[in-house]
Ligand binder design. Structure first.
Ligand code: FAD
Length: 456
């Protein structure tokens, strides 16, 4: 029987463990911080649970338009919100552990490293445990980047892993970094009622995202009272009693009650023994893998954030599954980055799939594009939704959908038909011809597709 040793119990590791067990392998999974990994314990699950509360408050804030008077201003009790967040995360971690155990995965609590090809050593509370394996999967994730001039203190200068210790809504939160994580937290705390300043080193928020979506969200942010500081690079963050001071490289300062650092992630690969066996990494320490999750060393696979391919829980899980299918001789569909759908959980949400506008331009593809504001959708009017759009890209001539962006409430759900189309290489006509419910937000996805129809 094939024996697989997996280091890391996030989605990259635990999904692989389940697939490997189903294929009849023996699996030992080593994890140091808790099953579910950062995804469940500190990153994805906690942040989306916090955002659920913020979204509720944001929605309640629009009640007057729908004729509902709320006698007093609703407010979140952050201590209760965060207690719920942490409870939910722990419960999910336990569920995953139960699933793994009942599937027959051996779980070792400890810190793993590769000792030699085919040998993993786990440092546990009971001492060292040596695991001999036919194959190894590395799925150790990543941790928040901090800077020597911006050291978190866990009280007022915080990483995204530390915010759930807050008992009260920050009076003035300065979020440094306007990528996905920074934008999501800025949006969430704005919705929770905090004064928020978002410090962005680029000229706009979400610099890597669709420009129409990024412009829309920046407008919404400022309309809701957030201060967005573009072209503002952080030099240092310091604590001054009950205040924090963010100093910018041009000498300006911003003062607030708390600062959240959203400066990106560093892979957990430093002490994994990679050099000893020759596993290649890039300059940032990310493990180099191919589309079936193989590293440079035969028998060693890697999945998830430690590879830096696309830092998403869904991609980590898929890379882990693909690795095990490849190892254990099952049918393998190599990872296609062009089919990945993802979502930014701001309010409104921004969901994307397939090629972005920039990638289309870089590749010189000739496409028809359409952008349809949600404000024209009957359901949106009924629900008082004003911000959002559906944008689709289809290959000119053949009409195949190659990418799409949906901005709006629950865009994460609305992107799915576009994702199916991109994945199955369907045309805009296929989407347009499928019935949608009247009235529904998904009607706008079909209508946008209809606008891409060309007479034959
Ligand atoms: C704030 C935030 C919100 C996010 N929201 C989303 C989202 O909504 N949707 C989405 O798809 N993605 C989201 N992500 C990204 C997602 O969290 C990551 O892509 C995902 O966690 C990667 O999974 P992983 O399995 O690679 O690693 P992880 O989930 O980080 O798990 C790695 C595990 O390995 C363990 N480990 C590390 N080193 C060792 C070692 N030497 N020995 C033993 N164990 C070790 C760690 O303790 C951890 O348990 C978010 C990220 C952040 C920061």
């Amino acid at each position: 029987m094939t024996h697989v040793a997996i280091i890391g119990g996030g989605p990259g590791g635990y999904e692989a463990a389940l697939v490997a067990r189903r294929s009849g392998a023996d699996v030992t999974l080593i994890d140091r911080d808790g099953l579910g990994g950062s995804t469940v314990l500190t990153d994805c699950v906690p942040s989306k649970t916090l955002i659920a509360t913020s979204d509720l408050l944001t929605e309640v804030g629009t009640s007057a338009e729908l004729g509902v008077e709320i006698p007093s201003t609703p407010r979140a009790d952050l201590a209760s919100v965060n207690a719920r967040v942490l409870r939910l995360a722990q419960a999910q971690s336990r569920d995953i552990e139960d699933r793994l155990r009942s599937a027959g995965v051996e779980i070792v609590k400890g810190t793993g490293r590769i000792d030699a090809p085919g040998t993993v050593v786990a440092a546990t509370d009971e001492g060292e445990r040596v695991v001999a394996a036919d194959s190894i999967l590395l799925a150790t994730g990543a941790h928040p980047r901090v800077s020597p001039d911006a050291q978190p203190d866990g009280e007022r200068i915080l990483t995204w892993e530390q915010v759930y210790g807050l008992d009260e809504i920050p009076e003035h939160l300065i979020v440094v970094g306007s990528g996905v994580t920074g934008a999501e937290f800025a949006s969430a705390y704005n919705g929770l009622g905090a004064q928020v300043t978002l410090v962005s080193s680029r000229d706009r928020v979400l610099p890597g995202e669709d420009p129409d979506a990024a412009n829309l969200i920046e407008n919404v942010f400022t309309r809701r009272g957030m201060t967005v500081m573009g072209n503002s690079r952080m030099a240092s963050v310091n604590r001054d009693g009950e205040r924090v001071v963010v100093t910018l490289t041009d000498g300006r300062t911003v003062e607030g009650s708390h600062c959240l650092l959203a400066l990106g992630s560093i892979p957990n690969t430093a002490d994994l023994g990679l050099d000893a066996v020759g596993v290649e990494t890039d300059d940032g320490g990310f493990i180099a893998v191919d589309k079936v999750s193989r590293t440079s060393v035969p028998g060693i696979y890697a999945a998830g954030d430690c590879t830096g391919v696309l830092m998403l829980a869904s991609v980590a899980a898929q890379q882990g599954r693909i690795a095990m299918a490849h190892l254990l001789g099952d049918a393998v569909n190599p990872l296609s980055r062009l089919k990945v759908s993802s979502n930014i959980f701001t309010s409104p949400e921004i969901a994307t799939v397939g090629l972005s506008q920039r990638q289309i331009e870089e590749r010189g593809l000739v496409v028809d594009a359409t952008i349809l504001p949600l404000a024209s959708n009957p359901r949106a009017k009924m629900q008082g939704v004003h911000d959002g759009f559906v944008k689709l890209f289809a290959r000119q001539g053949i009409g195949t959908l190659v990418g799409g962006v949906v901005v709006g409430p629950r865009a994460s759900e609305l992107i799915h038909p576009v994702s199916v189309a991109v994945s199955a290489q369907l045309t805009a006509d296929h989407i347009a011809e499928a019935f949608t419910v009247y009235p529904s937000m998904s009607g706008s996805v079909a209508e946008a597709a209809r606008r891409l129809h060309r007479l034959v």
